[in-house]
Design a protein around this ligand. Structure first.
Ligand SMILES: Cc1cc2nc3c(=O)[nH]c(=O)nc-3n(C[C@H](O)[C@H](O)[C@H](O)COP(=O)(O)OP(=O)(O)OC[C@H]3O[C@@H](n4cnc5c(N)ncnc54)[C@H](O)[C@@H]3O)c2cc1C
Length: 279
């Protein structure tokens, strides 16, 4: 099955991304809306790890009724299956990845019974299979910056927690975290100079100005800023508008939408090529 190749615009065949076929080892609820799946096994070696704190993988889901065994020959399946029956991919941060133990953990936001990845994670059992390819990533906190700003919702919390853990002990800054969980849960111990502010809304996507208004209401410290802002697309558009008025030369920005309200990931990704998808 791994002889798959795809053809690029120049017509040359390029090898398919290797797929790691792992076994679910554990499912742990971190909060009412977040479940951590830990998976591992020798298939871990198919992942090309990197040192970015926002490293992510594409989790691949095939319709169980097709009876396919991973790794999937996605190119062949694109030829043989109608569009609605193709395997789908969902993007997830690798919250922890331990090459020595050949294990990784992903924190899935469980956002109701809609979707593919979230319901799968909510019901996954040890022994189930998790298939993924990766890893991508682009950000790691810059220890040379004067202060750090984090802004995100539950989907960005794993990447933000990984970044908080990577900060030097004397780091300063602010993390604005949007959630619909009643409690305030953080699976990382930030340096004491990082102020954490939780922002509550009834459900994800319901208040796209929440993060932006919090940024507006608070002072902007002097010095070179290192900003990591990710989450729901409309929320990130509002955050970018504020940052445009604050960021100066030498500041660093990592900002993107991780999902879009009312859109499956497939639609969200395809809309990146349209005006509504531009952040
Ligand atoms: C680089 C990157 C890293 C990411 N890391 C994580 C991560 O670590 N953990 C994580 O949970 N997500 C993460 N996401 C977001 C995740 O890919 C999307 O939330 C994805 O749409 C979930 O797939 P699904 O099959 O559950 O729902 P889909 O089938 O894609 O969508 C079904 C419905 O659910 C809604 N929906 C999707 N996500 C959410 C949400 N978070 N809250 C409320 N409603 C939602 C959609 O708008 C749609 O209406 C990341 C995205 C990117 C691009």
């Amino acid at each position: 099955m791994m002889s798959e190749s795809t053809t690029n615009l120049a017509g040359r065949a390029r090898p398919a991304r290797p797929q790691a076929v792992l076994t679910v080892l554990d499912r742990q609820w971190l909060s009412p809306h977040t479940v951590r799946i830990t998976a591992g096994g020798p298939g871990f070696g198919a992942l090309r790890m990197n040192d970015f704190t926002d490293k992510y993988a594409k989790v691949i889901f095939a319709d169980p009724s097709l009876g396919l065994a991973p790794p999937y020959d996605l190119a062949a399946l694109r030829e043989s299956l109608p569009p609605g029956r193709q395997p789908v991919t969902r993007t997830y941060t690798l919250r922890r990845a331990d090459a020595r133990r050949q294990e990784l953990s992903i924190d899935f936001v469980v956002h109701g019974d809609k979707g593919i990845a979230a319901p799968w994670a909510a019901n996954a059992e040890p022994g189930d299979t998790l298939t993924l390819s990766g890893a991508g990533g682009a950000y790691r906190p810059d220890p040379g910056s004067d202060w750090h700003l984090f802004a995100g919702d539950e989907s960005a919390l794993p990447a933000i927690c990984a970044a908080l853990e990577a900060l030097p002990g004397d780091a300063r800054g602010h993390a604005y975290l949007e959630t619909s969980d009643l409690g305030e849960y953080l699976d990382a111990t930030p340096p004491s100079g990082i102020q954490v502010t939780w922002l509550h809304r009834p459900h994800a996507g319901s208040e796209p100005r929440l993060l932006a208004d919090a940024l507006l209401a608070n002072p902007w410290p002097a010095g070179r800023a290192d900003v990591f802002a990710h989450g729901e697309r409309e929320s990130m558009k509002a955050v970018r508008a504020i940052l445009k008025t604050r960021l100066g030369d030498g500041d660093q920005l990592s900002l993107s939408g991780y999902w879009a309200s009312g859109r499956t990931e497939d639609v969200f990704q395809s809309e990146k090529r349209q005006p509504i998808g531009q952040i």
